[in-house]
Unconditional design. Structure first.
Length: 364
């Protein structure tokens, strides 16, 4: 019992020790990790420990507080730790490779952990891939068809060198779409697509944002596609903006929507009936798009959101001429052209949308 308490205290001391990196999860950066892999010598959070548990050949986990730790394991943890592991297993992570955070979906975190420890993809011995060759890929993905009825297998081709992504159907001789890497974006959308490997690809065609919804049965394959798109985008950005420093380029490779979900909207006269629509806020493009259905290929409309000094504003009340029988959480988006009125599902959603819209208005 004395050993148990003493070793637990030593372990918690190690977890908090300055200059070790042990105070954050070695894999997703979550603060105060409560678990550790005694085979790898790293401190990890509860979520990542679940992924490690499924890889017994490379990792074995214990709770810092609930499990008994033998003295030799404490010594092993002391000689290793998170910064040591980062230097070894993340020695050569390419700049375009997406490093997941704790809020990211399971498949991204799973493949990051497997790539690091199981496949050793970023060890010092590995040759760093050129983004141009890493941004070239060919293979099939399941793509949601017209009318959102079913997913069909389609052949995709990505070429960083040509600056395009294309996809083909069985019947078509030529490509169904040729997508410029300049406007290409990809984000994981597990809940929206209803598949744990669901990926949303967006691009601009004829001035409109077009959505493609795809997945692959293999987690590794879909994450490889995502990182290939990132490599192609990185190559494009480096070539197009050679003087822009790397820390500014990286966030522009791909992005998630700043906010999305259902709101109700009325028409330009503000007398029309409110209709439920699915909204997506793209902070990089400063666009608020709305769709009849979350899985629609094209938006029904979009609102550009400029800066406060250009006359854009977000309010939590109604314009003077609009009345409602029942008090509901509303947002009025003021633009130089007109005022847009939205009803939110609840007060929490209203605050989230207002915060997200205000962030776009105040960004340069």
């Amino acid at each position: 019992a004395m050993d148990y308490e003493r070793n637990k205290a030593l372990l918690l001391e190690l977890q908090r020790a300055a200059g070790t990196g042990n105070d954050r999860c070695a894999d997703c950066g979550d603060p105060d990790p409560e678990w550790a892999s005694y085979k790898l010598g790293i401190f990890i959070c509860l979520n990542c420990s679940g992924i490690h548990r499924n890889l017994p050949e490379i990792s074995r986990v214990k709770s810092l507080r609930l499990d008994f730790w033998e003295s030799n394991l404490i010594e092993f943890m002391r000689n290793h730790g998170n910064l040591w592991a980062k230097a070894k297993f993340e020695a050569k992570v390419p700049p375009y490779h997406y490093i997941p955070k704790s809020r990211d979906c399971m498949v991204l975190r799973q493949q990051w952990i497997r790539a690091k420890y199981e496949r050793g993809e970023f060890l010092d011995t590995q040759v760093c891939q050129d983004p141009c060759s890493a941004g070239s890929r060919e293979g099939s993905l399941w793509k949601l068809g017209k009318g959102r009825r079913q997913f069909q297998k389609r052949q995709f081709l990505l070429s960083a060198r040509e600056g395009v992504m294309k996809y083909y159907s069985k019947e078509s001789k030529g490509p169904k779409a040729v997508i410029s890497i300049e406007t290409l974006n990809a984000m994981f959308q597990v809940e929206k697509i209803g598949h744990s490997h669901g990926l949303q690809i967006t691009y601009i065609t004829d001035g409109q944002t077009r959505n493609l919804f795809v997945y692959h049965e293999s987690g590794k394959e879909i994450v490889d596609w995502f990182n290939a798109i990132r490599a192609a985008r990185y190559h494009y950005l480096k070539t197009t903006f050679p003087n822009v420093p790397e820390p500014e380029l990286i966030p522009r490779i791909t992005r998630n929507f700043a906010q999305e979900g259902y709101m109700e909207k009325t028409g330009p006269k503000q007398k029309e009936a409110f209709k439920v629509r699915w909204f997506c806020l793209d902070s990089q493009e400063r666009n608020l798009m709305y769709f009849k259905n979350p899985l629609d290929a094209f938006a029904q409309g979009q609102v550009f959101i400029g800066r406060r000094d250009e006359g854009y504003e977000v309010r939590d009340d109604l314009p003077q001429k609009v009345c409602m029988k029942k008090k509901k959480p509303v947002i009025t988006l003021v633009t130089p052209m007109r005022e847009f009125v939205f009803i939110c599902e609840n007060d929490k959603k209203q605050r989230e949308w207002m915060d997200a819209l205000n962030r776009v208005i105040t960004q340069l």
